[in-house]
Design a protein around this ligand. Structure first.
Ligand code: ATP
Length: 227
C-alpha cells in the first residue's frame, strides 16, 4: 500500500499564503507534500522565501490561508512540538551556559536521555568543549551545539536552515552522516545554498522567484527527484 494511503503526509503544506505583511505575502497558495521519510533539499534564490517557509513549518509564523500539517498534526498545535524539530540559521544559545548544560536542558525539554545528546556532542567533536560557556565557543562549535540542542530526542520531521554554515569539511561530513541516518525513517528538510558533496538528497524542491513580497511570482514549487 502506498505510504500516502496508510499514513498522513509527513509534511503537507496546502494552498498556504504567508508572509510578514498580509498585504504582501511571501508565499501565495504554496503547496508541497512529502509522503515518505527521506532527505529533501530546499533551494531557491535569495529572498524566495525559504526561511519564511521554515517559520511557517515551525508554527511560529501563522499562515493567512491554507493548512500546514506535520505527520498529520497541525503545525500550530502544541502537539506539533512532539513530532517536529526546527533548526534555524542563527544559533540562539545562552551565552554563559556551558555546552553540556545546553544539551542536558534541551534533552529535558523533550523528555530525551541527556546521555544520547552528549554522545552526539562527542561524535560532532564537541567533547573537549562541553564545559565551556557557549560564548567561548568558536563559530563552528556553536553551530554544532545549536544543531544538537534543536534536534534532541525523537521526532518525525526535522527542518534545518543552512546547517552547514561555519562547519569545516570533517564536521560537515559528520552532520551529513547523521542526516542520512535520520532520513531512513524520518523526513529531513534541509535549506542549503551550497549543499556539500557528501549530502545525498533524495529530492530537491526549488522555490521560484526571489521577487519582492507581493510581486508576481511563478506559482508552485518545482520538485525533482535526485535519484
Ligand atoms: N522578519 C521579517 N520581517 C519582514 N520581512 C521579512 C522578514 N524575514 C524575511 N522577510 C522578507 O521575506 C522575504 C523572503 O525572505 P526569506 O528570508 O524567507 O528568503 P530566503 O529564501 O530564506 O532568502 P535567503 O536565501 O537570502 O536566506 C524577503 O523579501 C524578506 O525581506
Amino acid at each position: 500500500m502506498p505510504a500516502s494511503l496508510s499514513h498522513p503526509p509527513l509534511i503537507h503544506v496546502q494552498a498556504v499564503s504567508a508572509g510578514f505583511d498580509a498585504e504582501r505575502p511571501v508565499h501565495r497558495e504554496l503547496t508541497l507534500r512529502i509522503d515518505a521519510p527521506g532527505l529533501t533539499l530546499l533551494q531557491g534564490p535569495n529572498g524566495s522565501g525559504k526561511s519564511t517557509l521554515v517559520e511557517v513549518l515551525s508554527g511560529h509564523l501563522p499562515q493567512t490561508a491554507g493548512t500546514v500539517t506535520l505527520a498529520g498534526v497541525d503545525s500550530r498545535s502544541p502537539e506539533a512540538s512532539r513530532v517536529r524539530r526546527i533548526c534555524r540559521t542563527e544559533p540562539a544559545l545562552y551565552p554563559t551556559m556551558t555546552a553540556r548544560d545546553h544539551v542536558v536542558f534541551a534533552s529535558a525539554w523533550c523528555g530525551a536521555d541527556p546521555r544520547e545528546g552528549l554522545r552526539r556532542a562527542e561524535r560532532h567533536g564537541l567533547g573537549p568543549w562541553l564545559d565551556e560557556a557557549a560564548e567561548n565557543l568558536s563559530t563552528g562549535n556553536r553551530r554544532k551545539l545549536w544543531t544538537i540542542v534543536c534536534t534532541c530526542g525523537d521526532f518525525d520531521v526535522v527542518v534545518l536552515d543552512e546547517p552547514f554554515n561555519g562547519l569545516d569539511s570533517a564536521s560537515t561530513g559528520v552532520l551529513c552522516e547523521e542526516l542520512t541516518e535520520w532520513a531512513a525513517r524520518r523526513t529531513v528538510l534541509v535549506v542549503a545554498h551550497r549543499p556539500p558533496e557528501q549530502l545525498a538528497p533524495s529530492a530537491v524542491l526549488t522555490l521560484p522567484g526571489g521577487a519582492a513580497p507581493g510581486a508576481a511570482q511563478d506559482d508552485g514549487i518545482a520538485t525533482r527527484p535526485v535519484r
